[in-house]
Design a protein. Structure first.
Length: 293
């Protein structure tokens, strides 16, 4: 597989936690994941480009959908450079169009929906924008047991809920609230308080409830990961470790994302997690580095 130059450039520029996890993969799978990540990054950026009209962003996502359909089903050459680099990955690992379509549907949600009524509605969103990425990724990683698909779904939801809790303030500045409205009502937190960046004990209790739901998904992923697939899922496990620590840091600041700096891990801390992942890969490990808290 030739190096995907455009995709690797996008991955390097992103400096994301997901891209960080690729370091533990063999070179060929690292290149494949760069191509997959670049696609995810590109469609997400289209949806988030608030300076462009919604109609224009919707049209651009539709173009991405048709181009990736060409890569997956039509046997033709995609127009977009990222999709041209992704096509050999799609062919090699048999990545289905239905999952890419589901991911784009998740991005389209951000064009038309700024609130989520309840956990079920948010769960659907998390599945589309995060669990689907996990389902695509495990095809590249390689797995043997069908439970690995359920593992990817659970871990994706855990990571996305953690991300939502971390980004409440930045999302609110764009007029978006991803925390379920029924949970806001239960904890007597108003939409105005979140949009205005008002922290309170009521908000802390609301965020803790969402964190407990995320923890449930972390624990479910921990339980579902088949022993025979643990080594091949090392990049996913590193992601779980990174986001589990982010969640604990949010707990440490009592979920005050309004006045505290954005929660992140330092480079030395990430290096320690990578080393731990490498040791697990080299010597094996019986448990996942997240959950149970």
């Amino acid at each position: 597989m030739t190096p995907p130059a455009v995709s690797e450039s996008i991955t390097r520029r992103s400096a994301s936690n997901l891209a960080l996890a690729f370091i533990l993969l063999p070179a060929d799978k690292r290149r494949a994941m760069s191509a997959l990540y670049a696609f995810c990054r590109e469609v997400d950026d289209v949806a988030d480009e608030d300076t462009r009209p919604v109609a224009e962003r919707r049209a651009r996502l539709a173009a991405w959908r048709e181009d990736i359909r060409t890569a997956c089903e039509d046997g033709g050459e995609p127009r977009f450079p990222v999709n041209r680099e992704l096509k050999p990955v799609i062919d090699r690992f048999h990545l289905p169009f239905q999952l890419f379509d589901e991911l784009i549907r998740g991005c389209e949600t951000d064009l038309q929906q700024e609130r989520f009524a309840d956990s079920a509605e948010l769960d659907t969103y998390c599945h589309r924008v995060a669990s689907v990425v996990g389902l695509l990724s495990i095809e590249v990683f390689g797995y043997r047991h069908p439970d690995c698909r359920s593992y990817a779904i659970a871990l994706g939801k855990a990571l996305q809920l953690t991300n939502i809790l971390r980004d409440v303030h930045t999302d609110a500045q764009r007029g978006r609230i991803y925390l379920p409205l029924d949970a806001l009502h239960r904890h007597q937190v108003t939409e105005a308080e979140i949009l205005e960046g008002t922290y309170s004990e009521r908000y802390r209790e609301l965020a803790e409830a969402i964190a407990e739901r995320a923890t449930t998904f972390y624990n479910e992923a921990r339980r579902l990961l088949p022993a025979e697939d643990r080594r091949s899922m090392i990049a996913a496990e590193l992601m779980g470790a990174v986001y589990w620590r982010l969640l604990n840091r949010l707990r440490g600041c009592r979920f005050d994302v309004f006045t505290h700096p954005r929660v992140r891990l330092s480079k030395p801390h990430k290096a320690v997690l990578i080393l731990g992942g490498w040791l697990q890969l080299r010597f094996g490990g019986a448990t996942s580095p997240y959950g149970q808290g």
